[in-house]
Ligand binder design. Structure first.
Ligand code: SF4
Ligand SMILES: [Zn+2]
Ligand SMILES: [Zn+2]
Length: 311
C-alpha cells in the first residue's frame, strides 16, 4: 500500500479521512494537528509559564515533547512538567522514572506532587479502605486537584494535558449520557476561564490514541508501558469500547463528538450560569458545589474532620 500523498510505503491508515500515510507524512500530519490545536487553544501566547501534566505514559510524553518543540523558539516561555504520585505501588514508580528520564533529556524542570504529602492519603490506602468504590472515581478527582495546585504553585498560565482524541470523545459521550451539561461545558480544553483554575489545554485532542502511540514509537520518545492495576474497574472502559465500535461502523465518530463539544461550548459561552463554579469551603479550590469532589472523597475516606484538616 502506497501513501496517499507520495510514493513511499504507507505505515498507517486513517479511515476517518480515507487516507494511507507514510512515516514522513504521518509525522507531519500529527505535528500539524498539534500545532493548530495549540494555536487555537493558546492564541498569541509568547511569554509566561506552561505546565505540562506528565504521567510518564505515551500521551503525556508526546504532549511534553511537542509542547517543548512548539515553544522552543520562544525563550520567554518556560515549560515545567508536573507529575502526580497518587501512591499506587507496582505502577506509579516506573512511570515517574520514565517521566524523569524524559524531562532530563529535554532539559525541562520537573515537579512531583505527592498525594501522601498534600492529601494525607494515597490511592492504595483508600482502595483498601473503600473496597467497593471504583478507585478511579477519587483518584482522578484528586489528581486533577493536585495538578491544578502544582501548576498554580509554578505560576503557570496554562496546563497542557495529554488527552487524545479517544479520551476526549469518551469524556464527551460520558457527560452526554449522564446528562451532565455543566461538566460537558467545563471539560478541557477550557474556553471558559474559571477563577483559581489554571486553564487546561489539550493539544493532542485531534490525534487518535493509536496515532499518539505510533508517533511516540517512531520518534523513540521514552515512556512507560505499564498499566494501572485499578484501570480494569474504570467506568470509562465501557465508553472506550462503545467508541471503538462506533468508529469502526462509522469512521469519523470521534471527530464528530469533538465538533459537537466545541459547538455546544460556543453556544453556551455567553451563559454565565454554566461553568462558573464558586470555591470549596474546605480547601478553597474551584468547585460547583459547597464542598469540592476531592474533599467529598477525602471525607468519605478519612472522616469529616480529617478531610478538612488535610487539605
Ligand atoms: S487508572 Fe484510575 S486508579 Fe489508576 S491512576 Fe488512573 S485514575 Fe488513578
Ligand atoms: Zn507520504
Ligand atoms: Zn475542596
Amino acid at each position: 500500500m502506497r501513501c496517499s500523498s507520495c510514493e513511499a510505503p504507507a505505515i498507517v491508515d486513517q479511515p476517518y479521512r480515507g487516507a494511507h500515510v507514510c512515516a514522513e507524512h504521518f509525522r507531519e500530519s500529527v505535528e500539524d494537528r498539534v500545532r493548530r490545536e495549540m494555536h487555537a487553544q493558546l492564541p498569541r501566547f509568547g511569554r509566561g509559564t506552561i505546565a505540562v501534566a506528565l504521567s510518564g505514559g505515551k500521551d503525556s510524553a508526546v504532549a511534553l515533547v511537542l509542547s517543548h518543540q512548539y515553544f522552543r523558539r520562544r525563550p520567554t516561555v518556560r515549560i515545567v512538567a508536573i507529575s502526580v504520585d497518587e501512591g499506587i505501588a507496582g505502577y506509579r514508580p516506573a512511570t515517574l522514572d520514565a517521566a524523569a528520564r524524559l524531562t532530563r533529556s529535554l532539559g525541562v524542570d520537573h515537579r512531583i506532587v505527592r498525594a501522601s504529602d498534600e492529601l494525607g492519603t494515597t490511592t492504595d490506602a483508600t482502595a483498601r479502605e473503600l473496597a467497593t468504590t471504583v478507585p478511579c472515581s477519587y483518584c482522578g478527582v484528586w489528581r486533577r486537584k493536585l495538578l491544578n495546585q502544582g501548576a498554580r504553585a509554578e505560576g503557570a498560565d496554562a496546563l497542557v494535558l495529554g488527552f487524545n482524541l479517544d479520551d476526549l470523545a469518551q469524556t464527551v459521550l460520558m457527560n452526554l449520557v449522564r446528562g451532565d451539561l455543566d461538566r460537558l461545558v467545563r471539560m478541557a480544553p477550557h474556553r471558559l476561564r474559571q477563577p483559581g483554575l489554571v486553564p487546561r489545554v489539550a493539544p493532542l485532542s485531534a490525534v487518535p490514541e493509536r496515532e499518539v502511540y505510533l508517533y511516540a514509537h517512531l520518534r523513540r520518545i521514552p515512556f512507560d508501558h505499564g498499566e494501572c492495576p485499578y484501570s480494569g474497574r474504570a467506568s470509562r472502559n465501557l465508553f472506550r469500547e462503545i467508541i471503538w465500535q462506533l468508529e469502526e461502523a462509522q469512521p469519523g465518530t470521534r471527530q464528530s463528538l469533538l465538533r459537537t463539544h466545541r459547538r455546544l461550548v460556543e453556544r453556551w459561552l455567553a451563559d454565565e450560569s454554566i461553568g462558573a463554579p464558586g470555591r470549596c469551603r474546605a480547601c478553597g479550590e474551584p468547585s460547583a458545589s459547597e464542598l469540592c469532589r476531592a474533599c467529598e472523597y477525602l471525607r468519605i475516606a478519612q472522616g469529616p474532620s480529617e478531610a478538612v484538616g488535610a487539605t
